[in-house]
Design a protein around this ligand. Structure first.
Ligand code: IVH
Length: 662
């Protein structure tokens, strides 16, 4: 028993570290909860063996380096969990025993996000922090200031600390992951991790780009007259300008298990239609008079409790583990599943991320596995079921060579992934051609995967430069390629030559450079020559000055363009007439003038304003430099405005801008 307790303690602490400190969950919530309950149970019966570092004593993880620690004015407690109507009935019974007559509950969604504490002094947002271990959190004020649903000023004298949950809407989570995949970056496991990862970015610019939101639901501390019930609290917070979740219920009689069970079922069905992720409900005793009476344990209050939805999990068979090759050479294991329906869709394959992941979970071909959907979106293997394994099953051996070219794969420093680094690997070539011709890159119609494969197999192309040497007679002899489609393909190849620098940069497939980043780089340099010149004569830090470009991207860009083989490819494309400059500006009265917009404009959306400039022949720059002529500053303009003022650049308001271009 003692051994089991030690084992659980260590296991849970490791999971906690992965989840709270690295934003990287390694087990499903259900599995975590199961282990936690088992340990709580054992500790109750054998308190003498409870370890001083037991996870049951802690509320969360500790602060990571990089953010200043914040000691919360009052501890941010956690909640006890329940999993059934029967346990909720117990909860109510305990309250009645403690003297609460006819308890009334406000039932809110338990948002699956990241707890934040928002501090206001005399109506001004002065500090925002994560929960950390409940006592000490991390100061993430700069990042939280970028969250639009947090009011920066409120009409409240004195001090106020508001608690809320920061989250990323489901749709934005899916979009963010698509963009990351496109840029060859690792994916977030679920919206919670995406939100946490965004708020714990040391660079607030990155947080600002993520459409994070915060639901406020509690007052942790404050001066003066404060609300006396949960309903009043929510109304009060809403009145101050906070984003408050209006979708809630008021319930009495939790002792009626049958109707509570029906309620839980209804809410479980409702949650599918929400735009944010929830992992349960929170039952809060409405009347605050009872709060002090009932009190709290060291970990959680006794007057509120969480109900966690049963996870939607399914069991199926892992029929194969295929190794797929990406354009950057990464080998990704892909699990093939016997198809099952899970939370409304049929799942037949699942990404297994990398070799560590497969080894950690000891996934084997032929295993029965449990799958669920991370953030209700992305299917994931929770665990395998070794007890159902055949006796002759063997651990999966991750191949040490590229599945396409057979060259030895390597693990680059600091990466979990194995990569094929063979520059002329046909598999990598195929993927890079696919990427080059794709919609957001050079947008070359008529070059589907099948034709691409044929061209590569026949040796008609060796790299994307060769595409522009293709002749009609090369094409018409190919399978399924008539005269008409050959002509169409040649036409779209010709058209793609003027796609412009941004699309070209994206199409070249530089690691970490998605379509948006490519556009920023193109806007900044205006020509390939200028970019190459910078790469030849400067250090990556110079590039990191460009909007949206951090050190990692800058390094990756420099490495890519310093590589001889890439330079040769660029020269080849140039020779064949592929445009190496940003889109030529239109003719208009703003010819030769450059603009940049910053802050929130009173009436125009950012892209509307930018289009107006481009239509009038002007150019948009991506950062403040001496090449900038006009900075149009709206509300909440920050560092750009400062820098422009310092450099003596002309600054105008939206109204002045509208006048100027009229
Ligand atoms: S009330 C004193 N209400 O769930 C505890 N918590 O398991 C106050 N959460 O860490 C918490 N939505 O961050 C409350 N509507 C909601 C919530 C909510 C999400 C989180 C909270 C807490 C965790 C508890």
């Amino acid at each position: 028993m003692k051994e089991r307790m030690e084992e659980l303690t260590e296991q849970l602490n490791a999971w906690n570290r992965a989840y709270y400190e690295e934003d990287r969950p390694v087990v499903s919530d259900a599995e975590y909860d199961r282990a936690m309950r088992e340990l709580e149970d054992l500790e109750e019966h054998h308190p003498q063996w409870k370890r001083p570092d037991s996870p049951t004593l802690r509320v969360g993880g500790k602060a990571v380096e990089g953010f200043a620690p914040v000691t919360h004015r009052r501890p941010l407690l956690s909640l006890a969990n329940t999993f059934s109507a029967a346990e909720l009935a117990d909860f109510e019974r305990r309250l009645r025993k403690d003297g609460v007559e006819e308890p009334v509950f406000v039932v809110e969604w338990k948002i699956d996000g990241l707890t934040v504490a928002l501090e206001y002094e005399n109506g001004v947002f002065v500090r925002g922090a994560t929960r950390g271990d409940g006592v000490v959190g991390e100061d993430i004020t700069a990042n939280l200031r970028t969250v639009k649903t947090i009011p920066l000023t409120i009409d409240f004298p004195g001090s106020l600390v508001v608690r809320g949950e920061a989250y990323l809407p489901k749709r934005d989570f899916a979009k963010l992951n698509e963009e990351r995949e496109e840029a060859g970056e690792s994916l977030f496991a679920n919206p919670r991790n995406a939100a946490a990862g965004s708020l714990r970015q040391l660079d607030p610019k990155i947080a600002a780009k993520r459409p994070l939101a915060v639901f406020a639901y509690d007052i942790v501390d404050g001066s003066g007259e404060l609300p006396r019930s949960q309903e009043e609290t929510l109304t009060f917070l809403k009145g101050l300008g906070f984003h408050v979740n209006g979708d809630r219920d008021v319930l009495t009689g939790l002792d009626d298990e049958e109707s509570v069970a029906a309620f839980l079922e209804k809410r479980a069905a409702d949650r599918r239609g929400l735009s944010y992720d929830t992992d349960g409900l929170v039952f809060k005793l409405n009347d605050f008079r009872y709060r002090d009476l009932i009190g709290a344990t060291a970990k959680a209050p006794r007057y509120s409790i969480a109900y966690k939805f049963p996870p939607e999990e399914k069991e199926t068979t892992l029929t194969a583990i295929d190794i797929t090759l990406g354009r950057t050479g990464v080998l990704t294991p892909l699990g093939q599943l016997r198809p099952v329906t899970l939370a409304g869709s049929v799942i037949s394959k699942v990404s297994l991320h990398n070799s560590d992941y497969v080894a950690e979970k000891d996934l084997r071909v032929g295993d029965r596995v449990v799958i669920h959907k991370a953030g209700d979106v992305i299917p994931e293997v929770v665990r395998s079921l070794p007890e159902k394994r055949r006796s002759d099953s063997v651990p999966f051996v991750f191949p040490s060579v590229c599945p396409v070219c057979g060259e030895k794969a390597v693990r680059l420093e600091g990466e979990a992934a194995l990569r094929c680094v063979n520059e002329s690997c046909p598999g990598r070539l195929r993927e890079s051609v696919k990427h080059f011709v794709s919609k957001n890159a050079m947008d070359i119609e008529g070059l589907g995967p099948a034709i691409t494969e044929t061209l590569l197999a026949k040796g008609l192309i060796v790299d994307v430069g060769d595409l522009y040497d293709l002749k009609k007679e090369d094409l018409v002899v190919l399978d399924k390629m008539g005269e008409k489609s050959a002509e169409n393909l040649l036409r779209s190849l010709e058209k793609s030559k003027s796609a412009g620098l941004a699309r070209l940069l994206f199409g070249l497939g530089v690691r970490h450079v998605g379509a948006v980043t490519a556009a920023h780089i193109a806007a900044h340099f205006q020509s390939m020559d200028a970019l190459l010149d910078c790469v030849d004569h400067e250090e990556p830090a110079v590039l990191a000055e460009v909007e949206d470009i951090g050190g990692v991207i800058a390094d990756s860009v420099f490495r890519f363009f310093r590589l001889e083989s890439n330079r040769a490819l660029i020269a080849k494309l140039k020779e064949r007439g592929v445009a190496m400059t940003a889109e030529a500006p239109k003719e208009g009265k703003l010819n030769g003038e450059t603009f940049l917009f910053t802050g929130t404009l009173p009436t125009l959306r950012r892209h509307e304003a930018e289009t107006m400039v481009k239509d009038a022949g002007g150019r948009i720059l991506s950062g403040v430099s001496k090449n900038l002529n006009h900075l149009v500053a709206g509300e909440k303009a920050g560092s750009k405005l400062e820098k422009a003022t310092k450099l003596g650049i002309h600054v105008m308001t939206e109204a002045e801008f509208l006048d100027y271009i009229r």
